[in-house]
Ligand binder design. Structure first.
Ligand code: ADP
Ligand code: MG
Ligand code: MG
Length: 939
């Protein structure tokens, strides 16, 4: 015989035997167990199979109350109505499942036995609370009802028993108010108005200071509010109170607040909530009583100290309501030394038991401590790291577990300045864009790179560079700026890439913003901001604020983070290298733990103002001879660039990619030149009538120069520059250029080697699609390398390899590996060429639409598309190693710093990931997570 039950929204079939309880009278009646007393956690575990199942069945609050009961902590007797009961109740049109209410009454009778009190009995009334509790904590989903069981008769009985009318009236008025709002859905305001009115009339600050008579009258007035607003009386029957409260908690699962919360937090809608009925304990029985909340450690800093607040003579939500000034938990030590000592012991015990920092609620009733709730505590990034390390060192968890508990976002926090969250709440938010590079930046608005640089360097001002979008020749301004703000562009736009590379906070693609570089202002929602105005950017959230917000720079020297990452290093199998173009980036990368340079982009070096003229001269040269001079000028520049890198990375590999982008990127834009030429021509035509009389000769000269440039740009124009003359194709087209680069690399390497630096250059040829491309270019360059080493009279360790960023290269990796001694996946281009989506335009246009409509589950430019691009990569690994078993393979695209992509790289057997220096610590952690994940699957 089988029986259907609903668990987590799914109907599953379970053997009925699991639900059969003997009823003692000989015949066995199948009955589903809907109610578990706190002392029945063993039964719940048996049914649910695992602790996670217990939490799903009893909710987090119920499961932990039961667990605390099991380990002997002082928890008031109580029981939990299961989430399964809730789901059935809701599915069955608001009807309790058969037997549930009877089981609730059974459990209640059990509590009566344990406490010696009786529910609804004026002689010694039992009062209970009714509390919601889902599998995942959902703060604010549903309020609790305390003091259930009070009516005029039981209240009178309790007064006789306690001789404390003030206490009883305080309970009673709380019950009517909570019951009215939570169960009868009346707004809180009318109740609060009555209280405020009495406080004003009696000139007291706290409800607790009102007279006994007033509290009594207030209860009466509350009942009147219920009658008027709900159209029925406050129920005087305690059992009806309990029943309706149970139903109200069930209903709260489908309330709008709860629904919205689940949606935002990604919690499934079919879990249901449990209902916890707990014997009331009273923190409002005078000064020897109190109630509080605490975390077992400081969850802001992670320090090992109990942190929290409490109030004497208070009940329930008083502590969090903020109506009375709370006391720091440390004061409890003096006020109630005995309960404090016990509380300290319990906190330790809970941490040990749960192997995690806890967030607890407690009440002291006339010197007796009661625990009312415990759960894993939420914490800041800083605390998360310190707590994980401390718990491992206290041997509560393993080092592996500690590494697992810290997430990439936590580590990210340590690398970027952050705004003060309190200040942000009241700040003047002007717009939101894409949060492409985390951290906080404050500065004055500037609209071009030169101004940014001069304001920052000469005038020592903090600036934010604002552009519609950025280009390679804006880089010096971007480096000088504190942050970058653009109205266009996506996550892999130039602005975003450069910003991440240099750890500059950036917000891009702020569609609401209109940037007018000419007028030197931007407008947003009807407000104008001009050059020199202050703005603050939060690159972590994509928010843009007017004015100057305060920011704090976290320290990367955090000893806990350093320790945790050293544990991660022992676990991970992937190497973590850096994308670094300059020696100072390399130094930073090394400080963050980089084990090599996986990508040095040589073209960045060509954009520097003192070199660009030679680059342009080289490009415009018609013959090889004309090219000799500018190349000779560039050689020493390149040599010194590489020299610095080799020294910074002494002992570690340095992968240098030969020139990659289409040449037109080094020349002024076609439109710009055309505009200049037309303008100059008009001016020349007007010359006769021009009273100022410009010097025609120089104008003509400039015009001729511009025309020559325009012709060159026109001749180089390609319909799809991204699919044009670039990468290895460019090297084959202009062999002297790449030969110069290789010469510079080897001259620098040999010189460093002579001085005792341990150099390992790896020359990387971009955009290969066919092995013959390597055959031509690599063979030629290897010759050049040998020539230089012969000239220098010293041999260095080196390799030639290629990027795999065209599907054909991955598909023919076995052939490519005949030449290439290493592979590096250029996942940005590989994604672009695999999808046939241009990453430069897509992210603000249709790709966004695709993501919004869930046509693509994820942005493939942020996380490697496992099914497509990932498959090509996997194939490339397999084929490449067929030819060359020890082939070293890495990734050097933007994905190298993305945790999910890192997991994929681990899975397909890459040797390393290479990412921006500021992602190195994150990649170290993510690589360890990937390795732990694999380990778990092996078990
Ligand atoms: P929340 O999830 O919003 O914290 P709770 O169900 O934990 O709601 O209860 C709200 C407040 O009431 C807490 O301060 C809790 O400690 C207190 N409380 C709940 N049940 C009892 C009880 N049986 N005795 C005393 N205080 C209680
Ligand atoms: Mg609580
Ligand atoms: Mg590329």
């Amino acid at each position: 015989m089988t029986q259907k039950t609903v668990i987590r929204g799914k109907v599953r079939v379970v053997p009925a035997a699991a639900h059969i309880r003997s009823h003692g009278n000989g015949h066995r009646k199948p009955a589903v167990k809907w109610v578990y007393r706190f002392d029945e956690v063993d039964a719940a575990e048996k049914y649910a199979k695992c602790w996670d199942g217990v939490r799903a069945l009893l909710g987090g609050k119920g499961a932990n109350l039961a667990e605390m009961t099991r380990v002997g902590l002082p928890v008031p007797p109580g029981f939990t109505v299961t989430t399964e009961a809730c789901n059935i109740y809701l599915a069955a049109g608001n009807n309790f499942p058969p037997g549930m209410w009877e089981q609730e009454l059974d459990a209640l009778r059990h509590i009566e036995k344990m406490t010696g009190k009786k529910f609804g009995d004026p002689a010694n009334p039992l009062l209970v609370s009714c509390r919601s509790g889902a599998k995942f904590s959902m703060p604010g989903m549903m309020d609790t009802v305390l003091n259930i069981g009070l009516n005029d008769e039981t209240a009178a009985g309790l007064i006789a028993l306690t001789q404390d009318a003030r206490f009883v009236y305080d309970l009673y008025r709380r019950l009517v108010q909570m019951y009215g709002t939570v169960v009868m859905c009346i707004a809180d305001e009318p109740f609060e108005e009555v209280l405020a009115d009495y406080r004003a009339r009696r000139e007291v600050a706290n409800d607790a200071d009102l007279s006994i008579e007033d509290l009594g009258t207030i209860t009466g007035e509350f009942k009147k509010i219920v009658r008027e607003q709900a159209g029925r009386e406050f129920p005087t029957d305690p059992f009806e109170q309990l029943k309706l409260a149970t139903e109200a908690v069930f209903h709260s699962w489908n309330g709008k607040r709860a629904f919205d919360y689940r949606k935002a937090a990604g919690i499934p809608h079919n879990l249901g909530t449990a209902v916890n009925i707990v014997t009331m304990v009273f923190g409002n029985m005078g000064e020897g009583s109190g109630t509080g909340v605490a975390t077992t450690r400081n969850v802001s800093t992670g320090e090992k100290e109990i942190e929290g607040d409490y109030l004497t003579n208070a009940q329930g939500e008083d502590v969090v309501a903020g109506t009375r000034a709370t006391k720091p938990i440390a004061a409890l030590k003096d006020e109630m030394p005995k309960p404090w000592a016990q509380f300290e012991r319990i906190c330790k015990k809970l941490e040990k038991h749960y192997r995690e920092v806890q967030d607890v609620e407690f009440t002291v009733e006339r010197g007796k401590l009661w625990m009312l709730q415990t759960r894993d505590a939420k914490r800041t990034a800083q605390a998360a790291v310190r707590i994980a390390v401390d718990l491992a060192e206290e041997k509560l968890i393993t080092k592996e577990e500690a590494v697992k508990r810290v997430c990439p976002e936590h580590v990210d926090f340590f690398l970027h300045p952050q705004f003060d969250p309190a200040q942000k709440k009241t700040a003047d938010l002007i717009a939101k864009g894409l949060n492409v590079s985390p951290g906080a930046a404050v500065g004055m608005i500037v609209f071009d790179a030169d101004t940014a640089e001069s304001w920052a360097k000469q005038e020592k001002k903090d600036v934010i560079m604002v552009r519609p979008e950025t280009k390679p020749d804006d880089v010096h301004g971007m480096i000088a700026a504190k942050g970058i703000l653009t109205s266009r562009g996506g996550r892999t736009s130039h602005a975003a890439l450069v910003a991440r590379q240099f750890g500059k906070p950036a917000v891009v693609g702020v569609a609401a913003m209109d940037v007018d570089v000419e007028k030197r202002l931007f407008t947003v929602n009807g407000r104008a901001f001009k050059e020199g105005d202050w703005v603050s950017l939060d690159g972590t959230t994509g928010e843009v604020f007017a004015g100057q917000l305060k920011s704090v720079i976290p320290d990367f020297n955090d000893p806990y983070l350093i320790k945790l990452l050293s544990w991660a290093d022992k676990i991970r199998k992937l190497g973590v290298w850096a994308n670094a173009d300059y020696p100072r980036d390399a130094e930073r990368a090394r400080m963050y733990g980089a084990e090599g340079i996986g990508l040095c982009r040589t073209e960045h070096m060509f954009f520097e103002t003192n070199r660009l003229p030679f680059v342009q001269q080289m490009i415009l040269a018609k013959t090889d001879e004309e090219r000799v001079e500018p190349l000779a000028k560039l050689l020493p520049f390149q040599r010194s660039d590489f020299d610095g890198l080799f020294r910074a990375m002494d002992g570690l590999p340095v992968t240098i990619r030969l020139i990659d982008p289409p040449l037109h990127e080094f020349l002024p834009s076609h439109d710009e030149l055309l505009h200049d030429v037309t303008e100059l021509e008009t001016r020349l035509k007007l010359r006769d009538g021009d009273p100022l009389g410009f010097d025609p000769l120089s104008l003509t000269g400039i015009l001729a120069q511009k025309k020559k440039l325009l012709a060159a740009v026109e001749s180089m124009r390609e319909a799809n520059p991204m699919l044009g003359l670039r990468g290895v194709r460019l090297g084959i087209h202009l062999p002297e250029l790449v030969k110069m680069q290789v010469r510079a690399i080897f001259e620098a390497a040999c010189q460093c080697a002579k001085e005792g630096v341990d150099v390992h250059p790896k020359i990387m040829i971009p955009l290969t699609a066919h092995k013959n491309e390597l055959k031509v270019e690599q063979t030629m360059l290897e010759e050049e390398a040998k020539t230089v080493m012969a000239e220098q009279g010293i041999e260095v360790d080196y390799q030639f390899g290629t990027m795999i960023e065209i599907p054909r290269a991955a598909l023919t990796a076995d052939q490519i590996a005949e030449y290439a001694q290493f592979f590096s996946y250029g996942t940005n281009d590989l994604t672009q060429t695999t999808f046939g989506i241009s990453r430069d335009d897509a992210e603000t246009g249709f790709l966004l639409e695709y993501l919004e409509k869930s046509i693509l589950p994820e942005n493939p430019f942020a996380t490697i598309d496992e099914r497509g691009v990932g498959k090509l990569m996997e194939l490339g690994v397999k084929l490449g190693r067929q030819t060359r078993p020890d082939l070293e393979i890495g990734v050097c695209g933007e994905h190298g710093g993305d945790p999910k992509s890192i997991a994929l790289c681990h899975k397909i057997g890459l040797n390393y990931v290479s990412c921006s220096p500021f992602r190195i610590p994150i990649a170290r952690l993510a690589a360890a997570h990937a390795a732990i994940g694999e380990f778990e699957k092996d078990l």
